[in-house]
Design a binder for this molecule. Structure first.
Ligand code: F6R
Length: 242
């Protein structure tokens, strides 16, 4: 695992955007897995700046989603599909037809999750998967004690994660209890994993993931199993590293 400490979130965003740009230069139709939440926004802003400057061609790029809330109506502004359209596809000028995501409003959620796993495989697998990390060590929404071999499936959010995500909703009551998330086994199939963590609130989770034992109690520690994992942390998120 490669650990890169950067001065701040903007520097992390720029570094990772450059890695994605290099990937797309060598493989213009690469499948890039995106995460939602606050942490990856500087990456998407840096990518959009490269596109605007004519330094990056994303015309053949494909994008896929890491996870999705269950039960939000289609088009809800905080559904992760809406967030990815708003924060990634629209600023980059990528068509929705180049976007894969699980259907969190399906009547059969288990079938929708399995179908999403199959669609990723049929698309040739994820070339680079962006990840954030939860304060409880989750990746995707694989909460502590998730199987390290898990596939895309429905998961129940912990109360801590619902509280962490309540800032995107009018009240905690509106935060869904369930999600479809790529499993840890699914995430580990991506050819390159890139986790960005910023801010002191992530410092303990980062230290446990990177320097602690491999453990289902800390789902992000599964990155230790991957042959090509890069963890980018700002100075605040690096404060608990030895
Ligand atoms: C989001 C996701 C989550 C977040 C994590 C951190 O698609 O999969 O694992 O990456 O909850 O969220 P932020 O970046 O908002 O702190």
């Amino acid at each position: 695992m490669e650990i890169v400490i950067v001065p701040d979130a903007a520097a992390g965003g720029e570094l990772i955007a450059t890695a994605i740009a290099e990937l797309l230069t060598g493989k213009p139709d690469a499948l890039v897995g995106v995460a939602t939440g606050s942490t990856p926004l500087p990456i998407y802003q840096a990518l959009a700046a490269k596109v605007r400057a004519g330094a990056l061609d994303v015309s053949r790029a494909r994008i896929c989603q890491l996870d999705e809330y269950v039960g939000l109506p289609k088009g809800h502004p905080e559904s992760y599909r809406s967030v990815v359209l708003r924060e990634v596809l629209e600023p980059l000028g990528i068509s929705e037809s180049a976007f894969l995501g699980p259907d969190g409003s399906a009547s059969d959620i288990a079938a929708a999750a399995t179908a999403y796993d199959h669609s990723l495989a049929e698309a040739g697998g994820v070339d680079l998967q962006l990840l954030g990390i939860g304060t409880d060590g989750h990746i995707g929404f694989n909460e502590p004690c998730s199987s390290l071999a898990s596939r895309t499936r429905i998961k129940t959010l912990t109360e801590q994660t619902r509280v962490d995500n309540a800032r995107f909703f009018d009240s905690l009551d509106e935060v869904p209890h369930h999600v479809i998330t790529q499993g840890i086994g699914t995430i580990l199939e991506a050819r390159h994993l890139v986790l960005l963590a910023t801010g002191e609130a992530k410092a303990e989770a980062v230290a446990q993931a990177v320097e602690g034992p491999l453990s289902a109690f800390v789902p992000a520690s599964a990155l230790q199993l991957h042959p090509h994992a890069t963890v980018v942390v700002d100075e605040a998120a690096a404060t608990r590293l030895k």
